[in-house]
Ligand binder design. Structure first.
Ligand code: SF4
Length: 714
């Protein structure tokens, strides 16, 4: 029951879980205590709605396990000692410098998250690239969005989802690849559902499992795991064979058409069906439906990204939309549904894979622009990207990396092959964990713990899935002696600036003004120069690009305080010749497939009540009440063959390790697959292999092989 009567004041902010970007109002009572949350009715994104996580988000402020003081210990497994901030930061800076002096700058690594605010990402990037100077710096977005980034860059020459939620209102056909919106992004699903109720367009869902989204689909394609490229190639085969392509668009706006046609000619539906598991007639039906629609759009999430073919899968979805002329028009788009609330912010501004504002380390002009702006020597920057998160842990194993700083990420639960990650952690000379919660699992291996403020205890921006910059307003003061991540980065930077001329803005808003200067320039789509905190709040979020010209529109203009909803509307892309690249994608079966020893596919995913590794939702009463423990979905026919009963415990074993979990019998999964939510510690990621995509270095979480045996419960 929401105690609305107690509320004396509502404060505006933005949800800090998924990338939908819902505007929230936090209710405070007469004493200034937080008592409830509600959706902001005036926000275009969520129009007053919230999912269960957003409705309960106010419970985070005083949730159990929060860190109130910095902690220090000399050796692992010793008791912690509370220390003051100066001691903790002095010690951290001294250890980083000592490791780098002895083993080289790149022997210290930094891994952050998609959960921070954009100004914090920018400040961390400035600290890491401009002061600490390690090239082994990444975000945990490598576990979720790296394949989308890579695929967009290969196809369009630049990252950035080209569409928006409003495309649901215009499309005539939608295909969802490996995306379970009702559980992952409930409010985006609500927008899609409302649009389909108004305009009854067909929805096709490609997923090996009967997800909630698949339940609502007109056509469900239960594809063999990891074979999306084969399905799309076969669809393209039909489209070209039947002359359904948009020839004029292809000729005017794309490269490599002959190469793509030659490759997909090899993927006739009759042979493709034996690889992807979708009947040839159904492949033809879906291809005709998509290509024959006035406008059509594709969405995808982790089913595509978390694969050894992730980047190729994204590129092939882009191929499908380019071939049918569905880019940059209302209802015609290729829309990656981003994962974390500010995964986009880390892509745009964190400098993990490059330099701020989508600049590239490989580009000397980009290095010079940022070096001049920051007042550092351009030679201080590396000339190419360093290791991703998924390569940092193997480098710890080999001894190449000696120290690590983890910011709001929990690899002991989130990374594949957990037994290997645990061994790597034990090898570190120095680990700093900066997190809201001191009981986060990874903290068991740290030497210094820095307590961070949670979400609306601080201020800054998020960018959501549709490139909308939203504002997180500070609602209450941080818990105990926890500090905003922005404050922690600035204070650590003071201990590194040394002889360089680099300086750091004092507030997030000043930092935002600094970022705006770096967002402008010829051909830049990421232009936020017209935004201010005030106009973002007034509009409850503004999409980029939003230039100074956009900001000057009068209040009477229907597009007042609106950025551009779509990219590439003129058919010009960010490639050297302005044309999009069609990318022929050949299927290679390189997954760990089921065999006689390990006969089941292991699939993992999400439930609506939890976010990531439950560091926050695991502390919220009702989220835990509805989803308290891990479980394994198993097909009843397969269970009968194995002698397994509903709600019985079973042991799953893979080539990496084992896990014990309770069985839930359901026809959602096919006979040769089991599914486990990934949120829980010491569970599914004890089993996963996590082979990497060659372009994005993103792990294949959803394609491992396991065997199952009943556990004796006596
Ligand atoms: Fe928050 Fe996402 Fe739920 Fe919206 S849909 S309330 S952004 S978790």
């Amino acid at each position: 029951v929401i105690p609305q009567k107690k509320v004396k004041q509502w404060k505006y902010t933005t949800c800090n879980y998924c990338s939908t970007g819902c505007a929230i109002q936090i209710g405070l009572d007469a004493a200034g205590r937080v008592v409830t949350s509600r959706g902001h009715a005036g926000a275009d994104v969520n129009r007053g709605k919230l999912c269960i996580k957003g409705i309960l988000e106010h419970e985070l402020f005083d949730s159990p396990g929060r860190g109130a003081e910095p902690l220090w210990r000399d050796k692992l497994h010793q008791p912690w000692q509370p220390v003051d901030w100066d001691t903790a930061l002095d010690h951290t800076a001294a250890r980083i410098k000592a490791i780098q002096a002895e083993h080289g700058r790149d022997s210290f690594a930094v891994v952050s998250t998609g959960q921070l605010l954009t100004e914090e990402f920018y400040t961390l990037g400035k600290l890491v690239r401009g002061c600490i100077g390690t090239n082994n710096y990444d975000g945990n977005t490598t576990l979720c969005m790296a394949s989308a980034v890579s695929g967009y860059k290969r196809s369009f020459g630049a990252d950035g989802p080209p569409g928006c939620y409003d495309d649901f209102e215009h499309t005539d056909c939608l295909i969802a690849f490996g995306s379970n919106l009702p559980e992952q992004h409930p409010i985006i699903y609500w927008r899609l559902k409302e649009a389909r109720e108004r305009r009854r367009f067909p929805m096709i869902v490609v997923d090996p499992r009967v997800t909630m989204l698949a339940q609502f689909a007109d056509i469900h394609l239960p594809i063999t795991p990891g074979t999306d490229c084969v399905l799309i190639n076969a669809m393209l085969h039909v489209i070209f064979a039947e002359g359904l392509e948009d020839r004029a668009y292809l000729q005017a706006h794309t490269n490599n058409l002959p190469q793509l046609q030659a490759l997909v000619a090899e993927y006739d539906p009759q042979s493709a069906q034996h690889i992807c598991g979708i009947d040839e007639d159904m492949i033809r039906t879906v291809a005709r439906l998509y290509a024959g629609a006035g406008t059509a759009m594709s969405i995808w999430t982790m089913g595509i990204n978390q694969s050894t073919h992730g980047s190729d899968g994204v590129a092939n979805i882009n191929n499908l939309n380019l071939v049918t002329g569905n880019i940059g028009k209302p209802g015609g788009t290729s829309l990656s549904i981003t994962g974390q609330c500010n995964a986009m912010g880390t892509r745009e501004w964190s400098s993990c894979s490059g330099l701020p504002g989508y600049r590239q380390l490989e580009n000397p002009e980009h290095r010079r622009q940022v070096a001049d702006y920051w007042g550092v020597d351009p030679d201080f920057f590396p000339e190419r990207r360093g290791l991703t998160q998924t390569d940092i842990f193997p480098a710890i194993e080999t001894g190449a990396i000696k120290g690590l700083w983890l910011v709001a990420t929990n690899p002991l639960t989130s990374m594949p092959n957990q037994p290997r990650i645990r061994k790597a952690m034990e090898k570190l000379d120095f680990l700093v964990v900066q997190d809201v919660y001191e009981d986060v699992e990874t903290n068991q291996y740290s030497h210094v713990y820095l307590p961070a403020a949670v979400w609306a205890e601080k201020e800054g921006c998020h960018t959501n899935t549709e490139r909308r910059v939203n504002l997180v307003r500070n609602v209450v003061q941080p818990y105990g002696n926890a500090k905003p991540d922005f404050w922690i980065f600035r204070k650590l930077a003071e201990r590194f600036t040394g002889n360089s001329g680099i300086s750091f803005a004092e507030t997030p808003e000043q930092t935002f003004e600094e970022m705006k200067q770096l967002s402008t320039g010829a051909g830049r789509t990421l232009d936020i120069s017209g935004m201010t905190y005030a106009n973002i709040e007034a509009a409850r979020g503004i999409q980029w690009p939003f230039t100074q010209a956009h900001a000057q529109r009068p209040a009477t203009d229907p597009d007042y305080l609106k950025g551009e909803p779509r990219l590439y509307t003129d058919g010009r892309f960010q490639t050297p010749d302005g044309k999009a690249n069609l990318i022929p994608v050949r299927f290679v079966n390189n997954n760990e497939c089921p065999d006689d020893d390990y006969p089941f596919w292991l699939n993992s995913g999400r439930v609506v009540e939890h976010f990531h590794t439950r560091t926050r939702t695991g502390k919220i009463g009702n989220c835990n009440k509805f989803s308290p423990t891990p479980y394994m979905e198993m097909n009843p026919d397969a269970a009968a063959e194995q002698g397994v009963q509903h709600q019985q415990y079973v042991r799953l074993t893979s080539r990496r390790g084992d896990a014990v979990v309770m069985v839930q019998l359901t026809h959602r999964v096919p006979r040769n697959m089991v599914f486990i939510p990934f949120h829980f510690y010491d569970c599914v990621n004890r089993l996963t292999l996590g082979l990497l995509d060659p372009y994005s270095r993103q792990p294949a979480f959803k394609q491992s092989a396991v065997r199952i045996e009943a556990v004796d419960q006596q």
